[in-house]
Design a protein around this ligand. Sequence first.
Ligand code: NAI
Ligand code: MG
Length: 366
Amino acid sequence: SNPSLLILPGDGIGPEVMTEVVKIIDWFGAKRGIAFDVSTDLVGGAAYDKHGTPLHDDTMARAQEVDAVLLGAVGGPRYDDLDFSVKPERGLLRLRKEMDLFANLRPAQCFDALADFSSLKKDIVAGLDIMIVRELTSGVYFGEPRGIFKEGNERVGINTQRYTESEIDRIARAAFELARKRGNKVCSMEKANVMESGILWREVVQKVHDEDYADVELSHMYADNGAMQLVRAPKQFDVIVTDNLFGDVLSDCAAMLTGSLGMLPSASLGAPMANGRPKAMYEPVHGSAPDITGQGKANPIACILSFAMALRYSFDLGDEATRVEKAVEKVLADGLRTADLLGHEGETPISTTEMGDAIVAALDAS
Ligand code: NAI
Ligand code: MG
C-alpha cells in the first residue's frame, strides 16, 4: 500500500502554504508514480471552531497510524483569550506528547541565491547544509525538582538537568540514523567539563556509536565552543546532536545563518514503528502569521521543504527530496521572491500561489 500522510493545515497562513505543498504531492503522484494516501484534518483554532477542542481524538488516533504528519501552523488573535486547555497550541503539544516525538530536527540549509540574506559573510554560509538534532522531551525543561522555593529569607529558583541513559541512547540513535542518510558525520555537544549529565551524555553517545554506528564519523564538542564554531565555520558540521536546552539555543542560532523564517522547515521524530519508520511530524518553523493571512504573501517554501524532509527521513526518498530542494534553488536563482525574501531594490514580489506554481514548473523541468 502507499505510504500514508496526514495533513493538518491549521490556522492563518497554514492552509495557504499547505495548498502549495499539496500541488507538489500531486506532482509526485502524476509525474513520478510516487503516490501517497493523503488524509486531511483540522488542528488548532480550526479544530476548536468545529469541535470545541484544538485536536479531536479521531485526529489524534489517525496521527498515530500514519507514516507521517504534515502540519501547517496553529494559533491566531481570535483564540488568544481562550482557556489554556483549549488554546490552539495545545493541539500541537498533544500531538508531540502522545506521539512521543523526542527528536527535533532543525536543518540550516543555505541556498546560494539567498546567501547575502545571512547575517554572516557569504562564503561562510554559501552551500551550507547542516542538521541540528535537539532532544525535546527531557532535560532541564522537565527535570525534578523544579520550582521557586523559600530558602532562609530569600527565594531560590530551581531547575534540574536530568538525562537517563535510555533517553540519551535513543536520541543518539536518531542522530546516527539521520547521519547515514546525509553526510555520515555526527558532532555531539554537551558540557562534560562542568556537568555530570554531560559526562553521561558523552559516554552513552560514544557507546551507541562504537556498538552500532562505527561507520559514522563521531566527534564531541563543548556546547559553548559549538556555538562559536557554528558562527565561525558552520560548514564543518553535518549532524549536530545535543540536549534540550543547548539545542534550543543552538538551533535558533543556526536558523539565522540562513535568513528568513519563511524558509525554515523542521521535523520531530519518535520511536520506530512496526514498519521501521519513525513516528514523525513535519512542519515549518514559522507560525500562523496573522499579519499577512489572506493576502497571498506567505512564503510556502518552509512548508514545501518540510515535505522534502518527510521524503528523505520518513520515506527513504532522498533523491526525490533533493529534487524538491533543487527546484526551490532553481526558482530562487531565477530571482523569484515572495515578499519576505525581498532584499534588493527593484525586486517585485510574487504571491504564495505563484511561488508554488513556479516550484512545480521547476520540478517538471527537472
Ligand atoms: P509567526 O511565525 O507567525 O510570524 C512572525 C513574522 O514572520 C510575521 O511578521 C510573519 O508575517 C512572518 N512570517 C512567518 N511565516 C512567514 C511565511 N511563511 N512567509 C512570510 N512571512 C512569514 O510568529 P508570531 O507572529 O509570533 O505568531 C503568530 C501566531 O502563530 C501566534 O498565534 C503564535 O502562537 C502562533 N505560532 C504557531 C507556531 C506553530 O504553529 N508551530 C509557531 C510560532 C507561533
Ligand atoms: Mg527557541
